[in-house]
Design a protein around this ligand. Structure first.
Ligand code: INI
Length: 164
């Protein structure tokens, strides 16, 4: 059974001809690299040309918002997939990093009109993160990619009516 066997795949969603960027943080790479593998698996199954997928690595989740804004400004992608893992420690650092990353990605997506899927795990424990990166709770990278494909198909339908 494959690692992503428990992931749902909607064959009506096509990624053929669409361009994606994946921004993945290196912090907690033992979690984020499996998330990246899951995202690429979903894009490939949906018909994306993986040679055309831009994978951009950043140091940590804090660096995701500025990076997705720069990528969106290039107007070269139909959707951006954000991947990372913020795992709670003994200090309030977690709250700042997770909160600002989430807000920054949401703001960037709303302001640029480019769908940005939120594949940033925010967990209390390492085990919870591992469970969601190809473990017993699926692969949130795969799920984020499926969301990106759906939104990349959905949003252009409204663009003739004035947005972007
Ligand atoms: N970055 C993460 O992606 N996950 C974390 O859990 C994390 N913690 O716990 O510190 C983290 N910190 C680094 C941060 O994202 C920045 O890279 C760093 O502060 C430099 O700007």
């Amino acid at each position: 059974m494959s690692e992503q066997a428990n992931q749902s795949f909607d064959s009506t969603l096509s990624a053929a001809g669409l361009r994606f960027a994946i921004v993945v943080s290196r912090f907690n790479s033992f979690v984020t690299e499996p998330l990246l593998a899951g995202a690429l698996d979903a894009l490939g199954k949906a018909g994306a040309d993986l040679q055309q997928v831009d994978v951009v690595r950043v140091p940590g989740a804090w660096e995701l918002p500025i990076t997705v804004r720069m990528i969106a400004a290039s107007k070269r992608h139909d959707a951006i997939i954000c991947l990372g893992a913020v795992i709670k420690g003994d200090t309030p650092h977690f709250d700042y990093v997770a909160g600002e990353a989430a807000r920054g990605i949401a703001d960037a997506s709303a302001e640029t009109g480019i769908p940005m899927a939120f594949g940033l795990l925010t967990t209390n424990t390492v085990e919870q993160a591992v469970d969601r990166a190809g473990g017993k709770d699926g692969n949130k990278g795969f799920d984020a990619a499926m969301t990106a494909i759906e939104m990349a198909n959905l949003l252009p339908k409204w663009r003739p009516f004035g947005h972007r």
